[in-house]
Design a protein around this ligand. Structure first.
Ligand SMILES: [Zn+2]
Length: 477
């Protein structure tokens, strides 16, 4: 029986995709040319107020998600101060860049996910885009800084004028605010003079503070509190605890802090945690992570009985019960003989004394609260660690903060939101301000489409097929 030969389906796919991209790039190029031809003539002003004079058209290569397209636009120069402007670049959001907004969005996303070299390979594989790793680094950090600006403006707005659209919280939802710190490796030149944990007292890292806000409504089958899926949003930066306090407070307000009936602050009990909790969340229940408390208890046992020791059962029972004063008295009877050991142990016991009110674990469990800061610790690993703490990495503070902002934005599910609100350039410099690029583009496309439809009606042919790459659109019409 004769069998049909199997096709190389994947080769067909690849070929068709290439053809579609090339055709699409041709259409896009023609659309741009058409849009430019249709644009009304206008006088262009310089920042200094002078009218700028045309210096003719300049071409530049433009990489779009469909591939490279040729692009030329009019340049203007100020006779007074010699500033230059390309108004079309400004309208299309491609000032000082050869990457289209679509490509920049992909570069930012890819660069935020993996190392820049890997991101370059991913873009080539998934989107057929050939871009260099250091270009991805540059673009991703630039977008990260834009994210930070956008978030900063939103934070100011919230802190000064309140939340514009108050989010809906489910009835009885428990509202959690949790934060923690994690070290990010920083370039040596930016660490000069900073004290750190290295053997010689120098620093290798800077502390990144990460905060998250999430809600809890129900309990799981075993009766343990359960986090609402997809309710976690993140904020973070390498910054002082004061600035970070405002940052996490603004995020909590945005998420509905003022509507929440029960607010819980979960931390690991460092001193600045108390300051932030008292300053911004004074009505909240502050809980110190139970697992950190266990770690400190183990250290106490090790100071007394050596490296292999574990905390005695009686201590653990007292900790679980939240009876910290008895725990401290009991453990305090076991002070080591050496002065050094005694000092170290007293330091550990102070940790319990200072956090006793935040360690009422029996009461918290009774109320079905989370008693562990697992969410923010997992956040430190996924948001920060997975991207910024891989071996061999050294960041500049500026670069790290840009990528942290970008990752927090993406992992909080807000990146599309950010991209949609990218601030448009103010058209104050044009004498006749035109409508924004997108609207003009839509108009130009509509006009072309209508023209093609009329043409199709006359000749009885379908106008739907785009012309091959590089040719002008509907030239015969
Ligand atoms: Zn000027």
């Amino acid at each position: 029986m004769a069998t049909r030969q199997s096709p190389d389906f994947e080769a067909w796919e690849t070929l068709m995709l290439q053809a579609a991209r090339q055709g699409g790039a041709g259409v896009l190029g023609s659309l741009l040319t058409h849009w430019q031809a249709q644009a009304p003539r206008e006088s262009v002003l310089c920042q200094c107020g002078q009218r700028m004079s045309s210096r003719g058209r300049r071409g530049k290569g433009l990489l779009t998600t469909l591939g490279p397209i040729p692009f030329a636009r009019s340049g203007y120069e100020c006779k007074q101060c010699h500033r230059r402007r390309f108004p079309d670049d400004e309208r299309l959001d491609i000032v000082n860049t050869t990457y289209s907004p679509g490509v920049r969005r992909l570069m930012a996303r890819a660069g935020s996910q993996t190392q820049f070299e890997q991101a370059a390979q991913d873009l080539l594989c998934y989107a057929g885009l050939r871009v260099e790793a250091r270009e991805i680094e540059r673009v991703a950090e630039e977008v990260g800084r834009q994210v930070e600006q956008w978030l900063g403006a939103e934070q100011d707005q919230i802190l000064q004028a309140g939340v514009s659209a108050s989010p809906k919280l489910e009835r009885g939802a428990k509202f959690y605010v949790s934060f923690d710190g994690t070290g990010v490796p920083i370039r040596r030149s930016e660490l000069v003079g900073r004290q750190g944990k290295q053997a010689d007292g120098s620093a290798r890292t800077r502390e990144t503070k990460l905060g998250c806000v999430f809600t809890q409504v129900g309990l799981d089958k075993e009766g343990y509190p359960q986090r609402d899926p997809d309710s976690t949003t993140y904020v973070g930066a390498i910054e002082s605890s004061t600035l970070f306090g405002w940052r996490i407070y603004a995020e909590a307000l945005r998420r509905g802090l003022e509507q929440a009936q029960t607010v819980i602050v979960l931390t690991d009990g460092q001193r600045y945690n108390h300051t932030i909790a008292q300053t911004h969340f004074s009505d909240a229940v502050h809980i110190v992570d139970l697992f950190h408390a266990y770690e400190h208890l183990t250290v106490v046992a090790q100071l007394r009985w050596g490296q292999e020791a574990k905390a005695p059962k009686a201590w653990r029972v007292l900790l679980e019960a939240g009876d910290i004063s008895r725990l401290v008295r009991k453990a305090g009877r076991q002070l080591p003989a050496s002065a050094k050991g005694r000092k170290a142990m007293l330091k550990q016991l102070h940790y319990f004394e200072n956090n006793a009110w935040q360690m009422r674990y029996a009461e918290f469990r009774e109320k079905k609260f989370f008693v562990g800061s697992g969410v923010v610790e997992a956040g430190c690993r996924t948001v920060i660690g997975a991207r910024l703490k891989q071996s061999g990495m050294r960041w500049s503070v500026r670069g790290a903060n840009a990528i942290i902002a970008l990752r927090c934005c993406i992992l909080s599910g807000r990146f599309e939101d950010f991209w949609a609100h990218l601030p448009a350039r103010p058209p104050f410099y044009l004498v006749n301000p035109p409508p924004c690029g997108r609207a003009m583009f839509a108009q130009a496309f509509k006009r072309m489409h209508e023209k093609a439809k009329r043409c199709g009606r006359r000749t009885g042919q379908s106008p739907a097929l785009p012309p091959p790459a590089g040719k002008a659109l509907w030239r015969g019409c």
